[in-house]
Write a protein that binds this ligand. Structure first.
Ligand SMILES: *[C@@H]1O[C@H](CO)[C@@H](O)[C@H](O)[C@H]1NC(C)=O
Length: 266
Protein backbone atom coordinates (compact mmCIF):
# COMPACT_ATOMS: atom_id res chain seq x y z
CA UNK A 1 0.00 0.00 0.00
CA UNK A 2 2.93 2.38 -0.05
CA UNK A 3 5.35 4.09 -2.38
CA UNK A 4 5.27 5.39 -5.89
CA UNK A 5 4.02 2.14 -7.34
CA UNK A 6 0.71 2.35 -5.52
CA UNK A 7 0.26 6.01 -6.30
CA UNK A 8 0.77 5.61 -10.02
CA UNK A 9 -1.49 2.61 -10.04
CA UNK A 10 -4.19 4.57 -8.33
CA UNK A 11 -4.04 7.09 -11.08
CA UNK A 12 -4.13 4.38 -13.74
CA UNK A 13 -7.07 2.72 -12.10
CA UNK A 14 -8.92 5.98 -11.81
CA UNK A 15 -8.04 6.98 -15.34
CA UNK A 16 -9.42 3.68 -16.54
CA UNK A 17 -12.68 4.20 -14.71
CA UNK A 18 -12.95 7.76 -15.91
CA UNK A 19 -12.43 6.68 -19.48
CA UNK A 20 -15.01 3.96 -19.10
CA UNK A 21 -17.60 5.99 -17.33
CA UNK A 22 -17.07 9.61 -18.19
CA UNK A 23 -15.25 9.32 -21.49
CA UNK A 24 -16.22 12.84 -22.50
CA UNK A 25 -14.87 14.51 -19.37
CA UNK A 26 -11.34 14.06 -18.11
CA UNK A 27 -11.24 14.07 -14.33
CA UNK A 28 -11.55 12.16 -11.09
CA UNK A 29 -13.70 9.32 -10.00
CA UNK A 30 -14.58 9.40 -6.29
CA UNK A 31 -11.31 8.90 -4.49
CA UNK A 32 -10.44 11.71 -1.24
CA UNK A 33 -11.89 14.34 0.97
CA UNK A 34 -11.32 17.94 -0.12
CA UNK A 35 -12.03 20.58 2.50
CA UNK A 36 -12.72 18.27 5.43
CA UNK A 37 -10.86 17.99 8.71
CA UNK A 38 -8.74 15.41 10.50
CA UNK A 39 -10.85 12.75 12.16
CA UNK A 40 -10.29 10.27 14.94
CA UNK A 41 -11.53 6.75 14.17
CA UNK A 42 -13.52 6.86 17.44
CA UNK A 43 -15.80 9.36 15.66
CA UNK A 44 -16.26 7.04 12.66
CA UNK A 45 -15.58 3.56 14.09
CA UNK A 46 -17.44 2.00 11.14
CA UNK A 47 -14.68 3.13 8.74
CA UNK A 48 -12.10 0.70 7.31
CA UNK A 49 -9.22 1.36 4.94
CA UNK A 50 -9.14 -1.21 2.15
CA UNK A 51 -6.29 -2.68 0.12
CA UNK A 52 -7.27 -4.28 -3.17
CA UNK A 53 -4.84 -6.14 -5.40
CA UNK A 54 -4.68 -8.45 -8.38
CA UNK A 55 -2.96 -8.81 -11.75
CA UNK A 56 -3.64 -5.11 -12.45
CA UNK A 57 -1.74 -4.00 -9.33
CA UNK A 58 -2.73 -2.65 -5.93
CA UNK A 59 -4.79 0.31 -4.80
CA UNK A 60 -6.84 1.59 -1.89
CA UNK A 61 -10.49 2.32 -1.21
CA UNK A 62 -12.74 2.92 1.77
CA UNK A 63 -15.18 0.47 3.33
CA UNK A 64 -17.84 0.37 6.05
CA UNK A 65 -18.36 -2.20 8.81
CA UNK A 66 -22.03 -3.23 8.74
CA UNK A 67 -21.76 -6.37 10.90
CA UNK A 68 -18.97 -8.27 12.68
CA UNK A 69 -18.38 -10.24 9.50
CA UNK A 70 -19.36 -7.84 6.71
CA UNK A 71 -17.97 -4.70 5.12
CA UNK A 72 -19.55 -2.69 2.31
CA UNK A 73 -17.61 -1.03 -0.49
CA UNK A 74 -18.07 0.02 -4.13
CA UNK A 75 -18.16 -2.59 -6.91
CA UNK A 76 -15.66 -0.50 -8.90
CA UNK A 77 -13.14 -0.99 -6.07
CA UNK A 78 -13.12 -4.78 -6.34
CA UNK A 79 -14.18 -5.80 -9.86
CA UNK A 80 -11.25 -7.40 -11.68
CA UNK A 81 -9.22 -7.85 -8.49
CA UNK A 82 -8.58 -10.95 -6.42
CA UNK A 83 -7.22 -9.99 -3.00
CA UNK A 84 -9.18 -7.74 -0.67
CA UNK A 85 -8.07 -6.75 2.83
CA UNK A 86 -9.57 -4.32 5.32
CA UNK A 87 -7.92 -2.42 8.13
CA UNK A 88 -10.25 -1.24 10.91
CA UNK A 89 -9.34 0.83 13.99
CA UNK A 90 -6.87 3.30 12.45
CA UNK A 91 -6.97 7.11 12.27
CA UNK A 92 -3.69 7.14 10.32
CA UNK A 93 -2.01 4.77 7.86
CA UNK A 94 1.08 5.08 10.05
CA UNK A 95 -0.42 3.32 13.08
CA UNK A 96 1.19 0.04 14.07
CA UNK A 97 0.39 -2.85 11.74
CA UNK A 98 1.15 -5.26 14.55
CA UNK A 99 -1.53 -3.77 16.81
CA UNK A 100 -4.00 -2.97 14.02
CA UNK A 101 -3.48 -5.56 11.27
CA UNK A 102 -5.18 -6.17 7.94
CA UNK A 103 -8.05 -8.68 7.82
CA UNK A 104 -8.60 -10.59 4.58
CA UNK A 105 -12.00 -11.07 2.99
CA UNK A 106 -13.90 -12.41 0.00
CA UNK A 107 -16.23 -10.23 -2.05
CA UNK A 108 -19.33 -10.30 -4.20
CA UNK A 109 -20.58 -7.31 -6.21
CA UNK A 110 -23.98 -6.59 -7.72
CA UNK A 111 -24.51 -8.61 -10.89
CA UNK A 112 -25.89 -5.56 -12.70
CA UNK A 113 -22.75 -3.50 -12.01
CA UNK A 114 -20.91 -2.68 -15.22
CA UNK A 115 -23.84 -3.73 -17.39
CA UNK A 116 -24.42 -0.23 -18.73
CA UNK A 117 -20.73 0.58 -18.56
CA UNK A 118 -21.30 3.23 -15.92
CA UNK A 119 -21.34 3.36 -12.12
CA UNK A 120 -24.90 2.06 -11.72
CA UNK A 121 -25.25 -0.64 -8.99
CA UNK A 122 -21.85 0.29 -7.56
CA UNK A 123 -22.04 -1.92 -4.45
CA UNK A 124 -20.07 -4.87 -3.07
CA UNK A 125 -20.27 -6.94 0.13
CA UNK A 126 -17.05 -8.24 1.67
CA UNK A 127 -17.19 -11.23 4.03
CA UNK A 128 -14.29 -11.17 6.48
CA UNK A 129 -12.15 -14.23 7.23
CA UNK A 130 -12.01 -13.19 10.90
CA UNK A 131 -14.92 -11.37 12.55
CA UNK A 132 -14.31 -7.93 14.06
CA UNK A 133 -14.80 -7.70 17.83
CA UNK A 134 -16.61 -4.40 18.29
CA UNK A 135 -15.04 -1.76 20.54
CA UNK A 136 -14.68 2.02 20.54
CA UNK A 137 -12.37 1.86 17.48
CA UNK A 138 -14.38 -0.61 15.38
CA UNK A 139 -18.16 -0.75 15.37
CA UNK A 140 -20.81 -1.74 12.82
CA UNK A 141 -23.16 0.97 11.57
CA UNK A 142 -26.81 0.45 10.68
CA UNK A 143 -27.68 0.54 6.99
CA UNK A 144 -30.63 2.87 6.27
CA UNK A 145 -33.84 0.99 5.52
CA UNK A 146 -35.10 0.67 1.94
CA UNK A 147 -37.58 3.42 1.28
CA UNK A 148 -38.78 6.35 -0.69
CA UNK A 149 -37.02 9.10 -2.62
CA UNK A 150 -34.41 11.09 -0.73
CA UNK A 151 -35.13 14.70 0.13
CA UNK A 152 -32.65 17.41 -0.77
CA UNK A 153 -30.70 19.11 2.02
CA UNK A 154 -29.99 16.13 4.28
CA UNK A 155 -26.65 16.63 6.05
CA UNK A 156 -24.21 13.78 5.53
CA UNK A 157 -20.78 12.87 6.91
CA UNK A 158 -18.22 11.57 4.40
CA UNK A 159 -14.89 10.08 5.54
CA UNK A 160 -11.80 8.77 3.81
CA UNK A 161 -8.08 8.81 3.05
CA UNK A 162 -8.59 10.30 -0.39
CA UNK A 163 -6.83 13.25 -2.01
CA UNK A 164 -7.21 16.65 -0.34
CA UNK A 165 -6.58 18.46 -3.64
CA UNK A 166 -7.91 17.77 -7.12
CA UNK A 167 -4.63 16.30 -8.36
CA UNK A 168 -2.91 15.73 -5.01
CA UNK A 169 -1.81 12.50 -3.35
CA UNK A 170 -4.10 10.52 -1.06
CA UNK A 171 -4.03 11.37 2.64
CA UNK A 172 -2.06 9.55 5.35
CA UNK A 173 -4.72 10.50 7.89
CA UNK A 174 -8.43 9.88 8.06
CA UNK A 175 -10.46 12.96 7.21
CA UNK A 176 -14.18 13.63 7.34
CA UNK A 177 -16.38 16.37 5.91
CA UNK A 178 -20.01 17.43 5.86
CA UNK A 179 -21.83 17.37 2.54
CA UNK A 180 -25.53 17.35 1.72
CA UNK A 181 -28.00 15.69 -0.62
CA UNK A 182 -29.15 17.61 -3.71
CA UNK A 183 -32.26 17.17 -5.81
CA UNK A 184 -32.36 14.93 -8.87
CA UNK A 185 -32.87 18.05 -10.98
CA UNK A 186 -29.72 19.74 -9.64
CA UNK A 187 -27.82 16.53 -10.15
CA UNK A 188 -29.06 15.90 -13.67
CA UNK A 189 -28.04 19.40 -14.73
CA UNK A 190 -24.39 18.43 -14.09
CA UNK A 191 -24.42 15.09 -15.88
CA UNK A 192 -24.97 14.35 -19.52
CA UNK A 193 -28.11 12.48 -20.43
CA UNK A 194 -26.13 9.29 -21.06
CA UNK A 195 -24.72 9.57 -17.55
CA UNK A 196 -27.95 10.65 -15.89
CA UNK A 197 -28.13 9.50 -12.27
CA UNK A 198 -30.26 6.39 -11.75
CA UNK A 199 -32.46 5.31 -8.82
CA UNK A 200 -29.44 3.41 -7.51
CA UNK A 201 -27.56 6.70 -7.12
CA UNK A 202 -27.95 10.06 -5.43
CA UNK A 203 -26.06 13.31 -5.74
CA UNK A 204 -24.41 15.13 -2.87
CA UNK A 205 -21.93 17.95 -2.46
CA UNK A 206 -21.57 21.46 -1.15
CA UNK A 207 -21.67 25.02 -2.48
CA UNK A 208 -18.06 25.67 -1.52
CA UNK A 209 -16.03 22.85 -3.06
CA UNK A 210 -15.95 20.45 -0.10
CA UNK A 211 -16.07 17.00 -1.67
CA UNK A 212 -14.98 13.40 -1.80
CA UNK A 213 -12.09 12.80 -4.21
CA UNK A 214 -9.68 10.23 -5.64
CA UNK A 215 -9.04 7.56 -2.95
CA UNK A 216 -12.37 7.94 -1.16
CA UNK A 217 -14.18 5.44 -3.39
CA UNK A 218 -16.29 2.86 -1.61
CA UNK A 219 -16.27 4.80 1.66
CA UNK A 220 -19.24 5.60 3.93
CA UNK A 221 -21.78 8.39 3.53
CA UNK A 222 -23.63 8.65 6.82
CA UNK A 223 -26.70 10.69 7.76
CA UNK A 224 -25.18 12.98 10.40
CA UNK A 225 -28.27 13.23 12.61
CA UNK A 226 -29.34 9.56 12.71
CA UNK A 227 -25.92 7.93 12.15
CA UNK A 228 -27.33 5.59 9.50
CA UNK A 229 -25.36 4.54 6.44
CA UNK A 230 -27.08 6.07 3.41
CA UNK A 231 -24.52 5.84 0.62
CA UNK A 232 -21.14 4.77 -0.72
CA UNK A 233 -18.68 7.06 -2.49
CA UNK A 234 -18.89 6.24 -6.19
CA UNK A 235 -17.87 8.82 -8.81
CA UNK A 236 -17.43 12.45 -9.73
CA UNK A 237 -16.04 14.75 -12.40
CA UNK A 238 -14.50 17.27 -10.01
CA UNK A 239 -13.24 17.41 -6.41
CA UNK A 240 -12.62 21.10 -5.76
CA UNK A 241 -14.93 22.87 -8.17
CA UNK A 242 -17.49 24.95 -6.29
CA UNK A 243 -20.99 23.52 -6.52
CA UNK A 244 -19.89 20.33 -8.32
CA UNK A 245 -21.95 17.31 -7.25
CA UNK A 246 -20.69 13.74 -6.93
CA UNK A 247 -22.56 10.46 -7.34
CA UNK A 248 -23.09 8.05 -4.45
CA UNK A 249 -24.55 4.55 -4.37
CA UNK A 250 -28.06 4.87 -2.90
CA UNK A 251 -28.49 2.24 -0.19
CA UNK A 252 -32.21 2.97 0.35
CA UNK A 253 -32.89 1.82 -3.20
CA UNK A 254 -34.69 -1.53 -2.90
CA UNK A 255 -32.47 -3.41 -5.37
CA UNK A 256 -29.30 -2.21 -3.64
CA UNK A 257 -30.76 -2.79 -0.17
CA UNK A 258 -31.95 -6.32 -1.09
CA UNK A 259 -28.51 -7.17 -2.48
CA UNK A 260 -26.92 -6.17 0.85
CA UNK A 261 -29.47 -8.17 2.88
CA UNK A 262 -29.04 -11.23 0.69
CA UNK A 263 -25.27 -11.31 1.11
CA UNK A 264 -25.19 -10.54 4.83
CA UNK A 265 -27.84 -12.99 6.01
CA UNK A 266 -25.36 -15.74 6.95
C1 LIG B 1 -8.23 9.06 19.08
O1 LIG B 1 -8.93 9.20 20.30
C2 LIG B 1 -8.53 8.27 21.30
C3 LIG B 1 -9.49 8.38 22.48
O2 LIG B 1 -9.67 9.72 22.83
C4 LIG B 1 -7.06 8.53 21.66
O3 LIG B 1 -6.64 7.60 22.62
C5 LIG B 1 -6.21 8.40 20.41
O4 LIG B 1 -4.87 8.74 20.69
C6 LIG B 1 -6.74 9.30 19.29
N1 LIG B 1 -6.02 8.99 18.07
C7 LIG B 1 -5.48 9.92 17.29
C8 LIG B 1 -4.77 9.45 16.07
O5 LIG B 1 -5.57 11.11 17.55
Amino acid sequence: MKGAKLKSFLLIQMAFIVQDVYSDVVNNVGDKIVGGSLANITNAPYYVLMSISGPKGQFSCGGTIISKKHVLTAAHCVKGFSIVKVRPRISSKKESLKDKPWISGSFVYHNKYGYRNNLDYDVSVITLSTPISPDSLAQPIKVARAGSKLAAGIQLTACGYGATKEHGPTSNDLRCAYIQTYSYKDCLSQYRRSRAPTDRQFCAGTENGVSTCRGDSGGPIVVTSSQELLGLTSGTYYCEKKGALALYTNLVNKEVNDFIKKHTSD
